[in-house]
Design a protein around this ligand. Structure first.
Ligand code: COA
Ligand code: NAP
Length: 268
């Protein structure tokens, strides 16, 4: 079932929006008529995403910036809102991941992921605040099951994403008075994404993941886009501070076995 949303005239900025799940979210809003901005490090990826989004969006523009660079990420929100007006929907989904045990991870490896996922989310939220529409904007952070389920070889991501969900909840309280709603989406295993390629690098592991999802399939980027559009729409006008799994039920138990499989793979 596909629900048709209408975001015509609204300004949607997707941080980390040049590939995978976040590009899928941007595509959903583009098809619903929004003005789109996408941000990531690689200018080539940004250009390709803008070309793709331009087929559907009212307008699509892109910026190359690293979420670890506060000034650079602030200028994205400023330039986007100067062009289109206040930001109606802000999505923060830039992330980094690699599987490694704590003993195989340098301090800089841990820091790299925490800096991108957690400090990067703070940078995005803090720097975009002056440019958000008040009242009425919707902010969505892209979390991960590692935020609440410990997983071997994922200490950095578990720590960072748990922090992301706490920032979501605190900002929902601090910004609620201005009717800025802040929520997290927790995607399950989303097929054909960089994240899944890194966490389930073999065909056998992909099959095991699929079998561990109660709904019996990996998700699609469209599944996450639908959830994001719901959360940004008036249908969700009383939802804030929520951390919402969109995962076919994977977080009920299936997810827990993935870390052990990764560790086996690394040791054999
Ligand atoms: N195992 C152990 N350590 C690793 C590693 C691995 N597989 N991959 C990277 N690292 C370490 C590096 O050795 C480095 O530490 P050091 O300086 O002590 O050697 C540290 O992580 C940073 O690596 P670097 O390549 O300089 O970082 P970066 O900022 O250029 O890239 C990453 C960040 C590592 C997260 C990179 O994988 C990335 O850009 N990912 C984005 C895409 C992605 O992960 N998508 C999935 C999202 S869920
Ligand atoms: P992806 O395609 O690698 O997406 C990551 C995006 O972030 C890319 O556009 C990347 O582009 C950008 N990015 C990375 N580091 C950045 C930085 N330092 N500054 C700015 N942009 C940066 O991965 P994905 O698998 O779709 O994951 C997207 C999100 O979903 C992540 O938050 C991830 O944790 C979450 N998630 C994924 C899954 C899954 O099944 N894939 C499951 C749960 C949660 P550049 O390389 O150009 O910077």
């Amino acid at each position: 079932m596909t629900i048709e949303f209408n975001f015509a005239g609204q300004n949607v900025l997707v941080i980390g929006g040049s590939s995978g799940i976040n590009l899928g979210i941007a595509q959903g809003f583009a098809r619903a008529g929004a003005n789109l901005g996408v941000v990531s490090r690689s200018q080539a990826k940004v250009d390709a995403a803008v070309a793709q989004l331009s087929a559907d969006a009212a307008h699509a523009i892109g910026f190359s910036a690293d979420v670890r660079d506060y000034e650079a990420i602030e200028s994205c929100s400023r330039d986007f809102s100067e062009r289109f007006g206040p930001i109606d929907v802000l999505i923060s989904g830039a992330a980094g991941n690699f599987p490694a045990t704590v003993n195989a991870m340098s301090a800089n490896g841990f820091k790299a992921v925490v800096d991108i996922d957690l400090l990067g989310t703070f940078h995005v939220m803090r720097s975009a605040y002056p440019y958000l529409r008040k009242p009425g904007s919707a902010v969505i952070n892209i979390s991960a099951p590692q935020a609440f389920q410990p997983m071997e070889m994922q200490a950095h991501v578990c720590a960072a994403k748990a922090g992301v969900d706490m920032v979501t909840r605190v900002l929902a309280m601090e910004w609620g008075g201005e009717n800025i709603r802040v929520n997290s989406i927790v995607p399950g295993p989303i097929a054909d994404t960089e994240g899944m390629a890194r966490l389930a690098p073999t065909h056998k592991m992909q099959q095991a993941v699929t079998a561990s999802v109660p709904l019996g399939r990996q998700g699609t980027t469209a599944d996450i886009a639908q959830a994001a559009m719901f959360l940004a729409s008036p249908m969700a006008s009383y939802i804030t501070g929520a951390v919402i799994p969109v995962d076919g039920g994977w977080s009920l138990g299936g997810f827990a076995s993935m870390g052990a499989s990764l560790k086996d793979l690394a040791q054999n």
